[in-house]
Design a protein around this ligand. Sequence first.
Ligand SMILES: NC(=O)c1ccc[n+]([C@@H]2O[C@H](COP(=O)([O-])OP(=O)(O)OC[C@H]3O[C@@H](n4cnc5c(N)ncnc54)[C@H](OP(=O)(O)O)[C@@H]3O)[C@@H](O)[C@H]2O)c1
Length: 296
Amino acid sequence: MIVVTTPTGQIGRHLLDLLLDARDTAGPVRVIARDPARLPARARDHVEVVRGSHADPGVLKEACAGADRVFWLVPPTRTAESAEGLFDTFTRPLCEVIEQGGVERVVAVSTLGRGIARDAGLISASLAMDDRIAATGVHYRALCPPFLMENLLDQAGTVRDLGAFFLTVAGDRVLRTCAVRDIAAAAARLLLDDGWTGRADVPLVGPDELTPEGMARVMAEVLDRPVGYRRSTVEEYRATIVGSGASEGWARGAADMVRALDEQGFYGAGAPSTPEWAPTGFRQWCEEVLLPAVRD
Ligand SMILES: NC(=O)c1ccc[n+]([C@@H]2O[C@H](COP(=O)([O-])OP(=O)(O)OC[C@H]3O[C@@H](n4cnc5c(N)ncnc54)[C@H](OP(=O)(O)O)[C@@H]3O)[C@@H](O)[C@H]2O)c1
């Protein structure tokens, strides 16, 4: 039995699709969903559903009864008091369930940056999560992507209306990327394979070596309209997310993350591509995902 958290999220819904495609080998699948009505119809017909949040110890225990594999994702939550608090709220019940026995393998979404990132807010909290889960002794794979291409979807309207997108990192330094479909495919591959043991990171670094300015050029070509890169300050970024409803503590964690990204470069050129795990290129992603979003 495989338990899937966040089945309605960007990564989780792709993963669920892949597990349903492979249901002869996957065995039974159970999802934890706050609102089961948001699950795709195909999923509702073929998976067991436990209603609630995987931060709730009772919900998680019920969902993991009889399960040997778990796909784990801590949902980004702007209203959380802090990044550390959010990861703790979710990770503590998972570790308790694992310690009760039964769960043999956990595949979780984490981040690139281990061994490099310091005081990196959300990134440090995610890397600490890996240490806590692995310390239970469960077989563990941390999926470690850099910057998600899908982050740019939030700016589809800005790209359309202003011909620009905004980040805080230097425009002329490489920013490694990954598409969420590749994270889902990696998760499915690992959940369907009982041949791995112990703990390891799985870096998911797409094939490109683009800077934000290079990304703007690709976007302009694919979208057939002018697109420029604009660099925001960390303070502008922090104020923007507070303005969109984030707590001060969450905004601090996000600001620490982008500052560390720029200063410590762990999503940069030094991170080798892993095309066997993350094959989707930025141009392909722009053609298949960004273009329809900007057209809407
Ligand atoms: N952004 C980056 O560049 C980057 C880089 C490296 C790693 N990451 C990691 O990648 C992951 C991103 O995942 P994603 O894109 O799939 O996220 P997502 O699309 O935001 O999905 C998260 C899902 O979680 C559910 N959810 C929200 N709050 C919840 C709660 N309190 N309890 C239970 N479920 C809740 C929501 O579904 P419902 O509303 O239907 O419940 C939502 O669909 C994160 O773990 C992030 O740390 C991101």
